[in-house]
Ligand binder design. Structure first.
Ligand SMILES: *Cc1c(COP(=O)(O)O)cnc(C)c1O
Length: 405
């Protein structure tokens, strides 16, 4: 495909107007929206209002009049449609790691007699670390088993399974409905991590027991924006929140000495919400209300496929595709392997093409369809070809490791 053909695709793109709603620095092709999404311009005004009007003038009254108190469920109801859930089924707060802890603890305790948690070594490390910590806390003979082949790992000792729908390294995408059905057939509960899915394509939580994810990646909620947690309504009465903070109490402002869990999804709250982070997220969600996720998916498939085609035709001998070649099996990212992945990525970033690097060899490129253009994909592939073709990455400046890759 030529650059002119890419320009024509941009002109016909039904999502093209959204790009103007983002603050993007000049000269940057941002392919890291799967790690920290770009800033919707509306955030500036919304946060300023929250600080200068709500906080400065209303002070503690803001908990009522600005609905800060209701923020966890208000935001949850707005995320629900993005994952195929209904009102009262999603709560927002804490971080993804904390949400994993709450969901896995609740799932395991709903399954007395079963002592095994199935986890995948390919899971994002925090997912794995949190489950290890939970198993230690539960004590007794609880243990983790790694999923190699799901069917042989499932047995009548398995309480719950934790998997990411999209692999954070390769971008490989699982069939949620099929996996959930297999897990349920074995009598276990299914917990999905949707960090690399939400905002990238339409999701159906379907029969899943719990699901969670972060809001600062494709949803553009801002650095450190709170996580979301979905619990299937059938578990609302029986599931327990192991982090039984006062916000999960049936009546927090009664200040009762005895703990009584709230009805519904609010029992998965923990404590005072991070209001300002939630406000930035709410500005991003204003935009998502106008987005058709099917259009997002169609463009995402087109962008990732175009990138793979361009890169394989111009630098195919230097790189190995680490993502599925079939678009239906991919999320919204493309990864390639290169023996010198770190300096290659530094050289790319130096030329305005921002991807990221994951040890030991992975070059990761995320494609956020709301603000990326086809010409950006064309230019990014051309820059990568130049960095590799002229071996620009060999410059010794690029060998030095920075703290965050
Ligand atoms: C980004 C990401 C996280 C991040 O967890 P935090 O608690 O927000 O730091 C966790 N799991 C997966 C799969 C992720 O992609």
């Amino acid at each position: 495909m030529t650059r002119e053909e890419c320009e024509a695709l941009d002109a016909a793109d039904p999502l093209r107007h959204f790009r103007d709603e983002f603050a993007l620095p000049d000269g940057v092709i941002y392919l890291v929206g799967n790690s920290l999404g770009a800033m919707p311009k509306a955030v500036t005004q919304r946060v300023a209002t929250a600080v200068n009007d709500e906080w400065a003038n209303r002070l503690v009254g803001g908990w009522n009049s600005a609905r800060w108190y209701n923020q966890p469920t208000d935001l949850g109801d707005r995320i629900a449609p993005l994952i195929g859930a209904g009102p009262g089924e999603v709560i927002v707060g804490d971080s993804t790691s904390v949400a994993i802890y709450k969901a896995m603890a609740a799932a395991v305790r709903l399954q007395p007699g079963r002592r095994v948690i199935l986890s995948d070594l390919a899971n994002f490390p925090t997912d794995r670390y949190i489950v290890e910590g939970l198993v230690k806390g539960l004590g007794g003979d609880y243990r983790i088993r790694d999923i190699g082949d799901l069917d042989s790992a499932l047995g009548d000792d398995v309480a719950a399974v934790l998997l990411s729908q999209v692999d954070y390294r390769t971008g490989a995408r699982r069939d949620m409905a099929a996996v959930t059905a297999r897990v349920h057939a074995a009598g276990a509960l299914m917990v999905w991590d949707l960090c690399h899915s939400v905002g990238a394509f339409p999701i159906e939580v379907g029969e899943a027991d719990f699901a969670l994810g972060c809001t600062y990646k494709f949803l553009n909620g801002g650095p450190g924006s709170p996580a979301f947690l979905y619990a299937a309504p059938r578990h609302h009465e029986s599931a327990e929140n192991i982090l039984s903070g006062w916000y999960s109490h049936a009546d927090p402002f009664a200040f009762e000495t005895a703990y009584r869990p709230a009805d519904g999804i609010r029992r998965f709250a923990v404590s005072t919400p991070h209001v300002l982070s939630g406000i930035a997220l709410s500005a991003a969600l204003d935009m998502w209300e106008r987005v058709d996720l099917h259009e997002v998916r169609a463009k995402s498939v087109a962008l990732t496929s175009l990138f793979i085609d361009l890169v394989e035709s111009s630098c195919g001998r230097d790189l190995t595709l680490a993502s599925p070649a079939a678009s239906g099996e991919r999320g919204s990212q493309v990864s390639f392997l290169h023996d010198n992945g770190y300096p290659v990525m530094r050289a790319l970033i130096d030329r305005g093409v921002h991807g990221d690097y994951r040890a030991p060899k992975l070059l990761r490129f995320g494609f956020a369809p709301l603000y990326l253009r086809y010409v950006d994909v064309y230019d990014a592939a051309a820059t990568l070809a130049e960095v590799l073709g002229k071996e620009l990455w060999r410059d010794e400046r690029y060998a030095e490791r920075l703290a965050v890759t």
